[in-house]
Design a protein around this ligand. Structure first.
Ligand SMILES: C[S@@+](CC[C@H](N)C(=O)[O-])C[C@H]1O[C@@H](n2cnc3c(N)ncnc32)[C@H](O)[C@@H]1O
Length: 216
């Protein structure tokens, strides 16, 4: 890790930089530290849009932006990053600029339920919601509460990603949703049909899993 200038929305926190699949990603203690294993989600996303001309990806709960940025960098797709936290959004914008991706990337600092706007359609949703059950967040004191608190059963924001994400893609398009473990995949998978999705392949990472869902 090295020291880096802070993005404009930052105040007095010291920013750090890590390598994420070849991208230099700045972050500080106010956002979730990028986890190297999640580059798998980026590579999978890039693979899914590789044959789509002028592909468009929307990332819900983008944090410092690295998962979507790596997918955009690998695939050439355009990317809309959505996060409710202004500090995370400032880092996402700065990280897009540092990667030379600003023309491809639009960062929107809003609750996921209100973005993007009517009439926009995407080829893929990438989502990385908080998934720690509220009662367990004390086990991760180093992580910002907003980034990890998934509500009573850990799946409240993930459910919102499914519900809202379905309005952003046509039938046949997909979502790559990060969750904590196979138990969460099973529980959300059972609910996904009524939210307009069919669960598919699951890939395991070092400290989480990624579920591919298809819009029906
Ligand atoms: C698990 S972190 C993921 C961040 C990043 N993708 C990463 O891997 O480090 C979850 C992110 O969701 C954001 N978030 C939480 N609730 C949200 C909501 N209702 N709408 C939009 N973003 C939200 C938090 O600000 C946080 O950046």
């Amino acid at each position: 890790m090295s020291q880096a200038p802070t993005p404009s929305a930052s105040t007095d926190e010291a920013a750090q930089v890590c390598d994420f699949g070849g991208l230099q990603i700045a972050y500080d203690a106010r956002v979730l530290e990028p986890r190297p294993w999640t580059a798998m989600q980026s590579r999978w996303a890039a693979e899914l849009v590789s044959d789509v001309p002028d592909a468009r990806i929307v990332e819900l709960c983008s944090g410092a932006g690295h998962i979507g940025l790596l997918a955009a960098s690998l695939s050439g797709a355009s990317l809309v990053c959505v996060d409710v936290d202004p500090v995370a959004c400032a880092f996402a914008g700065a990280n897009a600029a540092a990667a030379g991706l600003s023309r491809q990337v639009d960062v929107r600092c809003v609750p996921l339920e209100s973005a993007p706007v009517e009439g926009e359609a995407f080829d893929l949703v990438v989502a990385d919601p908080p998934w720690v059950p509220h009662a367990d967040v004390g086990r991760f004191p180093e992580d910002p509460l907003l980034a990890i608190d998934g509500g009573d059963d850990g799946l409240e924001v993930a459910r919102a990603c499914l519900r809202h994400g379905r309005s952003l893609v046509p039938p046949g398009a997909g979502m790559l949703l990060q969750l904590g473990d196979d138990d969460q995949v099973g529980r959300l998978g059972r609910e996904s049909a009524e939210l307009g999705w069919r669960p598919g392949e699951v890939r395991a990472g070092e400290r989480g899993v990624v579920l591919h869902l298809l819009a029906v």
